[in-house]
Design a protein around this ligand. Structure first.
Ligand SMILES: [Zn+2]
Length: 199
């Protein structure tokens, strides 16, 4: 396979100029400094989506870029030092003012990096239960926020297909349940680890 270094030329750990090395069947940018061992495997990002449920309704936000506007479920990127469930609850609060708690995972989408300048991405969609608050946009990333019924979401123009897919998982699979947080498994409780499994 071709090299995939996307212009990464210096070691982010020690600053040494990187040099190609065959690793795992393809050339990669690697640090030649003794004792460093850094190899650039590419960039990977984690996004979250939140189907926030309140009764029969789910939470939608309006996003805008330039003259384009659309509706989707709230969510955003996970910081590298942040637990994924903390991240999705934080994004919901920031973008909508709603305090919500993760229930389970409805599904995820993996996207490979389409070009060397981009990161691969996993977008994990959670179901959350709304606990408190009334929807209000932050006017930076969200420009409107409201709870809608399934009928309203299905017929509203400009709703993201991915968000509709996610909300239908919550409405159709409400009884089944997805992967849920497991915080009491002996031997698997470590700082920074978040474990999700099928009940
Ligand atoms: Zn190095």
């Amino acid at each position: 396979m071709a090299a995939y270094h996307r212009g990464v030329n210096f070691c982010p750990r020690c600053g040494t100029p990187l040099a190609p090395r065959l690793d795992g069947g393809r050339p990669r940018q690697a640090c030649p400094a003794e004792g460093c061992g850094f190899i650039h495997y590419g960039e990977h990002s984690i996004g979250t989506g939140a189907v926030v449920v309140r009764g029969e309704r789910v939470l939608l936000i309006e996003r805008r870029t330039g003259d384009r506007s659309w509706w989707q479920i709230p969510g955003g990127f996970v910081e590298a030092d942040e637990a994924i469930d903390t991240a999705v609850e934080r994004e919901v609060l920031e973008e909508t003012g709603i305090i919500a708690r993760v229930v389970d995972v409805l599904g995820f989408r993996h996207a490979t990096a389409p070009e060397p300048a981009r990161a691969s991405n996993i977008y994990v969609v959670f179901r959350l239960e709304a606990l408190a608050g009334e929807p209000r946009p932050d006017l930076e990333e969200s420009f409107d926020a409201c709870f809608v019924t399934r009928e309203e979401m299905e017929r509203r123009p400009g709703v993201s297909a991915m968000s509709l897919w996610a909300a239908r998982k919550a409405w159709d699979g409400a009884a089944a349940g997805g992967f849920a947080r497991e915080s009491d498994v002996p031997g698997l409780q470590r700082p920074g680890h978040t474990l999700y499994g099928r009940a």
